[in-house]
Design a protein around this ligand. Structure first.
Ligand code: DAH
Length: 355
């Protein structure tokens, strides 16, 4: 075989190899085997020197042509393989931008927290401060300083969760070790804490959890939420109480709702009332929701009893004031016609997500 045939065979073999090369690695192996330093074509070209001078032009021409063809074929196949690699990658990593995005479910505030904050906003708008108080109280703060006598029925173990019973017989005071300890049954004790620690004028509310040994039913929960309010200043009258609470009820229930102040008794206020709001279901005509009365009770209130001022070291000759206690679950039930207060405690998201 002549060297010309060798060259043609090398070219044919290279082209065949390239056609079958399935990867860039395989292609590189072929390049090294043909045009690499120790490649078949390189070796053939080195033979040129050993040829007779008259053979050289024809062999040189063919050799250069084969070299150019092989280089071009390698470059072409390389491009094809690179395109295939890219196409495979695009295919594998493709993102379908028309698919719906991943939904990040967002929580909502519990209905009771929403209403508590709404009540806070109303009173902060009137210049009130928002106070906090302890869940665990002594009888001094929960009862005695609020003018509830020793034999007041609300003090009985039937109505109060007692935690520690350490008051020496007949000698109960605001000293911790000489007082029974309980879960507060009302937020009214915060009135005492605030008055002990601050001089009037006082305009404050205190939202918080309270506890009573009631079995949960449609209208009762053993743990619920109140917002206490207290105003102490010079020259405060019942008119201030009424104007404030009328404003509050209209803000929270709407301008079309009427209010009614019904005389009642609380140990720490005199006079005291319960406030009713006209029924939103029947518009005050009377229906099942309002027990056919046209009214629904939402809070207790009254003028601070001078005895409470004395217990807290405030001069009742100089200052007067009013207090109120709002039931937050009650407000929620009225706003949304909730048939059962227990719905607020079960954590059923189908119910809670509605608000
Ligand atoms: N603490 C009372 C209760 O739990 C509610 C209340 C009534 C609070 C009258 C007050 C008030 O501040 O003046 O039933």
């Amino acid at each position: 075989m002549s060297i010309l045939d060798d060259l043609k065979a090398i070219e044919a073999e290279a082209e065949e190899g390239l056609r079958n090369a399935g990867s860039l690695d395989a292609l590189e192996q072929i390049r090294i085997a043909v045009t690499g330093k120790k490649g078949s074509l390189t070796a053939a070209m080195k033979m040129m020197g050993k040829l007779a001078p008259e053979e050289r032009p024809a062999v040189g021409k063919l050799a250069n042509q084969v070299r150019a063809n092989v280089d071009a074929a390698i470059a072409k196949r390389k491009l094809e393989l690179e395109k295939a690699v890219l196409a495979a990658r695009i295919n594998a990593e493709a993102a379908d931008v028309t698919l719906p995005g991943r939904y990040l479910s967002q929580g909502t505030q519990h209905l009771i927290s929403q209403i508590r904050e709404e009540i806070e906003d109303i009173f902060v708008g009137l210049g009130y401060t928002v106070e906090d108080g302890p869940y665990v109280e002594t009888t001094w703060y929960n009862f005695t300083a609020l003018n509830a006598p020793e034999d007041h029925p609300s003090r009985s173990a039937k109505d109060t969760f007692y935690v520690v019973d350490n008051a020496p017989e007949g000698k109960e005071s605001h000293v911790l070790g000489e007082s029974d300890v309980l879960l507060r049954t009302q937020t009214s004790g915060v009135q005492v804490h605030v008055m002990e620690n601050r001089k009037p004028p006082i305009y404050m509310i205190c939202p918080g959890t309270v506890f009573r040994p009631d079995t949960a039913d449609a209208n009762h929960l053993p743990q619920f939420t109140q917002v206490e309010g207290l105003v102490v200043d010079e020259g405060i009258t019942f008119g201030d109480l009424k104007g404030t609470l009328d404003y509050f009820t209209r803000e929270i229930f709407g301008k079309d709702r009427a209010t009614r102040y019904r005389p009642h008794f609380f140990p720490f206020t005199e006079p005291s009332c319960e406030v009713d709001v006209s029924c939103g279901v029947c518009g005050g005509k009377g229906c099942r929701f309002c027990n056919n009365t046209g009214w629904i009770e939402i809070l207790g209130c009254g003028m601070v009893d001078p005895n409470v001022f004395r217990y807290c070291g405030i001069d009742p000759e100089k200052y007067t004031g009013f207090a109120f206690g709002i039931g937050v679950e009650r407000v929620a039930a009225l706003r949304y016609d909730l048939p059962d207060l227990r719905m607020l405690m079960t954590g059923d998201m189908r119910f809670l997500r509605q608000f």
